[in-house]
Design a protein around this ligand. Sequence first.
Ligand code: N0T
Length: 529
Amino acid sequence: ALMCLPAIPAWSQAPHFDRSGTQTALVVDGEPYLALAVQANNSSNYPAMLETVWPMVERLHANTLLMPVAWEQVEPEEGLFDLTFLDTLLEQARAHDKRLVLLWYGAFKNTAPGYAPAWVKRDGERFPRMRTPEGSAHYALSPHAAATREADARAFAQVMRHLARIDRQHTVIMVQVENETGSYRLARDHADGPARLFAQPIPQELADGLGIARGTWSDAFGPRAEQYFMSWHMASYVEAVARTGLAEWELPVLVNAALGDAFTDGSGDVGPSGGPNWNALPIWRIAAPSVDAYGPDIYNRNADAVVRYLDRYGEGGWPLLVPEIGNARDYARFIWPALGRGGVMFSPFGMDRSGYINHPLGAAVLDEETLEAFAAPYRFLAPAARDWARIAMDRPTWGTARGQDGSDQSHEMGRWQIDVQYGRWMFGEDDWSFDGQQEHPLKDVPTGGMMVAQLDTHTFLLAGQHVRVRFALADGSPGEQAQIIEAQEGTFVDGEWVMRRRWNGDQVDYGFNFGEQPVWLRVEMGTYR
Ligand code: N0T
């Protein structure tokens, strides 16, 4: 057959992050993109399993699928590469009109070498494990071993080279290098070479990057010395793998984190040692310049912790992506604070019909109610995903979800204070009571959230679910009072706002009340005196 490369359409510029706006955007086909994603289960990375995956992607109205590609499957024998899964996966993704994020399961998958090929697992000489202080083997491979790094990088580069051949249209928009790196239960490798390194001064590059003196690891980092030593070397490993792959095909590189305590690293709960937990990000960023984004894997149901993770990972203009979040119902509402913080990807984990359930991390059963909790915001957002992504790049945004105790929340944007409440009837005030009045069915249910973009000083674009939102003047002068000028419910058609109706009367007298189905509301506020 005649082989020829298809013509490259104008929009096929490589996906990339654009930091020029108010918030960092993920640009795909030349425009900001919002990845309403799902992640398949760990072992769904075979052609036969894909039929259990697509129905779930469709049911959830996702536009993006996160799918593992394992070292053991692409290089079952050393030097012999089998990339046929990629062919099948990309072909099916295109048929379903979905984009892909590939997850490279190399030497580190949840820190362990489970997805490394048998020839790697069997050869402890060439591919050494970390060593305990007593000299026995730890389960994790050592990130210090050049042979492991080079073999891992070579296999990953084959994947990227294959994409360069088969994916000029960029069905694959991002790659994740390794998965939840680090080491559980052993802070660092005590083998001779690494132990000597630990006794030496920290690298000059690290001292310069952090603006600190070049002392030993212990001098520089005290109780965090072993963790940061491991972080530096783990990040350097990931950098080498990523860079080798990028030389073949340019794509945004993501790294995901198994998280420690959201609030403090003082307790020593920092996730696996050396992984990209929030406290180690400054080290990772110096050691791994090829990594574009760090994503928190969120399996903590505490709303305060979730929001803290989002704030930490999106800080400093870094792109905010959630590569994994539990697929239990309680987690669905966190899409609002994630997108409200400029998030460009949200991805509940374990969304396929393979039959695997990772409860207690996620749902105990993927029943309709659970699926609908994730599907409702996705179904609503999907047609306007590009519009929201563009607005979030240009304008200030905020978002929130029901907190631990369901208490009221508020946030200031310029002259306006936005007040948010949960578990309220749409009509009336808290201190009114009526004969026969029932308790609100969602009063104690962990659902509800909203996001808002400030389009100009007095105009806001709102979206939300199971939430009441009000605007108050944050800085009124004496006698100045707030009023709603106009509230339009509408949608985006070809990038233009199209009104469906105005909200007025009951629909605005007790706040803007969002129910089961999210809607877009464009509110212009004003004042009178
Ligand atoms: C996640 C997922 C998958 C005491 C778990 C979370 C995914 C990986 N790991 O289903 O394995 O590939 O990234 C680890 C969280 C451990 C929490 C232990 C609770």
